[in-house]
Design a protein around this ligand. Structure first.
Ligand code: ADP
Ligand code: ZN
Length: 228
């Protein structure tokens, strides 16, 4: 295969998508694309899409498909994703987005979809204690129980670390309700297509990384010993 690996990581908010994608991106050398990070960066830069998306994000609602696809189209071009491959984190989140992604990457499609499975009470606890680097280029993830070394200054880039505006209990519950209604149906779609890889995500980041990698190897989606 000359093109890069094409992976999607789906799962509830707080299931650890961003953390797994960061490790996989380093391990496989393919771009980690978070539509949430891209949207937050558009909001910070006050682009046209960012200004429209903000009102939805502020209340923890999904941004309309049309706006998300404008960002995704730009990301495909800017990062040469068709050739380099990708790890999509938080995209697609609706059946319509999944259809549009299929059209963008036809005829080969995606290689696998990792579904991070974790109980709702665990993710509510994780999200309410989550703290993130405010630098959109970095986005490192910390928590009350795993803070940066120097108080609330990012270990990686030196920017302030704080709580995301939508990580309050009310907005977390709104986001989880949207997940069940709009995103969870994608699981059966990818299962039917033979692409779904279920991974139990209640352990530590290292444990989840090993489980997910082991599953990709077992299905011959990646070779046993990676060259990177
Ligand atoms: P979360 O863990 O809440 O899913 P993200 O950083 O992935 O966090 O996304 C933050 C917000 O950005 C979402 O609540 C939503 O408003 C918007 N968003 C991100 N990706 C998408 C998408 N694929 N479709 C619609 N909205 C999205
Ligand atoms: Zn940082």
């Amino acid at each position: 295969m000359t093109r890069g690996l094409r992976l999607l990581v789906i799962g509830k908010q707080g299931s650890g998508k961003g953390t797994l994608c960061t490790s996989f991106s380093q391990h496989f050398g393919i771009p980690h694309i978070s539509t949430g990070d891209a949207l937050r960066s558009a909001v910070a830069q006050q682009t046209k899409v960012g200004l429209e998306a903000k009102s939805y994000m502020d209340v923890g609602k999904l941004v309309p498909d049309e706006l998300v696809m404008r960002i995704v189209d730009e990301l495909f071009v800017a990062n040469d994703l068709l050739n380099r491959g990708f790890l999509f984190d938080g995209f697609p989140r609706t059946t319509h987005q999944a259809d549009l992604l299929d059209a963008l990457i036809a005829p080969e499609g995606i290689d696998a979809v990792i579904d991070l499975e974790v109980a709702t009470d665990i993710v509510v606890e994780r999200l309410s204690s989550r703290r993130v680097c405010t630098n959109p280029e970095c986005g490192a993830i910390y928590s009350l129980s795993a803070p940066p070394k120097v108080k609330w200054i990012c270990d990686l880039c030196g920017s302030p670390v704080s709580q995301r505006q939508d990580d309050t209990v009310e907005k977390i519950l709104q986001r989880l309700a949207d997940y069940e209604e709009m995103t969870a149906p994608l699981i059966s779609r990818y299962e039917t297509a033979g692409k779904l890889v279920r991974v139990e995500a209640k352990g530590t980041p290292d444990e989840v990384f090993s489980l997910a990698l082991g599953q990709l190897v077992a299905r011959a989606i990646v070779p046993e010993v990676s060259s990177t």
